[in-house]
Design a protein around this ligand. Structure first.
Ligand code: DLZ
Length: 155
C-alpha cells in the first residue's frame, strides 16, 4: 500500500473471485485506478477478476450491492472532484455510506477506492500513474483481498 502510515501487506488471494466496479468520470485518473487495482489483484495471485463499469461514482453503490453476494471481495473505484456547488458533497456522501453499508450488511469486503479531491492534481497524485505519489487502486484492491482472506480464516 502507499501513503503515510499505510501497512505493507503481502496477500495470497489464490482462488478468490473479485469484482472491480469502476466509475467513468475523469478518464485519465480512472485509467490509473483501474490499472492499479488490476495490478494489486495480480500481485495477490487473484486470477478470477470481473470489471464492471458504471457511469458515475453515485452508481458505485447499486452495482456493488448487486455483485457483493456473488464475490469474495469487491473493489469500488471512482473519482469525485469538487466543483462550485454542493453536488460534490452529496455524491461523496451517498457513495461512501452505500459502500460502507454494503460491506457490513453482506459481509463481503468492499475496497474503498473512491478519491474525493478538491482538484484534479490531487486526484492525479493518487491515481497510480507514472507521475503519481500514491496508488489508491492498488491499495483498495489489496485491502479488499486481505480482508477477504482474513474473513475466510474465521469461518
Ligand atoms: C454529476 C456528477 C458530477 C458533477 N461530478 C462527478 C464526479 O466528479 N465524479 C463522478 O464519478 N461522478 C460525477 N457525477 C455523476 C454522478 O456520480 C452520477 O453518475 C449522476 O448524478 C447520475 O446519477
Amino acid at each position: 500500500m502507499s501513503g503515510h502510515g499505510s501497512p505493507q501487506i503481502a496477500v495470497d488471494g489464490t482462488g478468490l473471485r473479485v469484482a472491480i466496479v469502476a466509475a467513468s468520470w475523469h478518464t485519465t485518473v480512472m485509467d490509473g485506478l483501474v490499472d492499479g487495482a488490476q495490478r494489486g489483484l495480480a500481485d495477490a495471485q487473484v486470477e478470477d477478476v470481473t470489471l464492471v463499469r458504471v457511469p458515475g461514482s453515485f452508481e458505485l453503490g447499486v452495482a456493488c450491492a448487486r455483485l457483493a453476494p456473488s464475490y469474495d471481495a469487491v473493489v469500488a473505484l471512482g473519482v469525485v472532484i469538487r466543483g462550485g456547488t454542493p453536488h460534490f458533497d452529496y455524491v461523496c456522501h451517498a457513495a461512501t455510506s452505500a459502500l460502507s453499508d454494503i460491506s457490513v450488511r453482506t459481509g463481503t469486503p468492499v475496497g474503498f477506492g473512491l478519491l474525493t479531491c478538491d482538484t484534479e492534481k490531487q486526484a492525479l497524485d493518487r491515481a497510480g500513474l507514472p507521475d503519481s505519489i500514491e496508488d489508491k487502486g492498488h491499495e483498495a484492491a489489496t485491502a479488499a483481498v486481505a480482508t477477504a482472506v482474513t474473513l475466510k480464516g474465521l469461518t
